[in-house]
Design a protein around this ligand. Structure first.
Ligand code: GLP
Length: 264
């Protein structure tokens, strides 16, 4: 079973997620981190930058791979995930920029770019810890419902609900991309550890479907049920539709990790 940590409040869920990223780097200065974007992750990166500074933690040996990028946006476009990651994290830690990977949204041949991205992950030895958010429709990265559960990095068309949800990041009159290059579900599943964070009532249905529903391409995040090392960090609202919520809270009171011999 996944480790499901239901926190008493949103701040505590954010801190716990940032702390796990910090510990991954403290435990392995050459860690390969899989990173995510979205509104959920903004406070996580703020907290991570603050904590890394306090702990004087170097990211000089770290390599990162982001989940996805919009097709058609150049790296310097303010809404590209490259710009977002620079602004939120890479500009504030000592990671060499050439160790931070995102698919190039303006690649001449986006399909070739996707294949090369998958190869780069392999060449780096695979991802140690992959950070994940979840879409309201259960997507991971930009793997929209119906994505193959074995998929690798490729181009995906964005669902209408995703376009609506992400329109807030784009200015009025600004054309929002309709496609993305995203790691596949199969790519994500190869990461040695997964760490998913969901906050707020708008994620409650997707979280319940992912953790307690059938494993199905209709809810791509449901594949997490097949991963051997996944931690899900939730706030109260995001946990509000879980049928087994009491049980998860009994195992991890207040979202704290408690280890038992034989706990699985
Ligand atoms: C985006 C990203 C996902 C993210 C999700 C939720 O479209 N591609 O990686 O997890 O949608 O975003 P938010 O945190 O803004 O709700």
């Amino acid at each position: 079973m996944a480790t499901i940590l239901i926190h008493p409040d949103t701040q505590s869920a954010i801190r716990a997620t940032a702390e796990r990223l910090l510990q991954a780097v403290q435990g392995d200065h050459d860690a390969v981190l899989g990173l995510a974007t979205g509104g959920t992750m903004e406070p996580v990166y703020h907290q991570l930058v603050r904590r890394a500074d306090e702990a004087r933690l170097s990211f000089a040996g770290v390599t990162t791979f982001n989940l996805d990028e919009y097709v058609g946006l150049a790296a310097d476009h303010p809404q590209s995930y490259r710009s977002t990651m620079n602004r939120l994290l890479f500009d504030h830690v000592d990671i060499p920029r050439n160790q931070t990977y995102l698919p190039r949204g303006d690649a001449q041949d986006p399909s070739a770019e996707a294949i090369a991205y998958e190869a780069a992950i392999e060449a780096a030895g695979g991802i140690d810890l992959q950070l994940l958010g979840i879409g309201r429709n259960g997507h991971l990265g930009f793997n929209e419902p119906s994505s193959s559960l074995a998929s690798r990095t490729r181009i995906k068309k964005l669902a209408r609900s995703t376009l609506e949800a992400n329109a807030r990041f784009f200015g009025a009159g600004e054309r929002m991309p309709t496609h993305a290059i995203t790691m596949g579900i199969g790519t994500i599943m190869k990461a040695r550890k997964l760490l998913m964070l969901a906050m707020g009532a708008s994620k409650a249905d997707a979280v319940a479907a992912a953790l307690e529903g059938p494993v199905t391409a209709a809810c791509p995040a449901s594949i997490l049920q097949f991963h051997p090392d996944v931690t899900v960090v939730l706030d109260q609202e995001a946990a509000s539709c879980l049928k087994l919520r009491d049980f998860y809270e009994d195992i991890h009171p207040g979202g704290q990790e408690v280890y038992f011999a034989g706990n699985s």
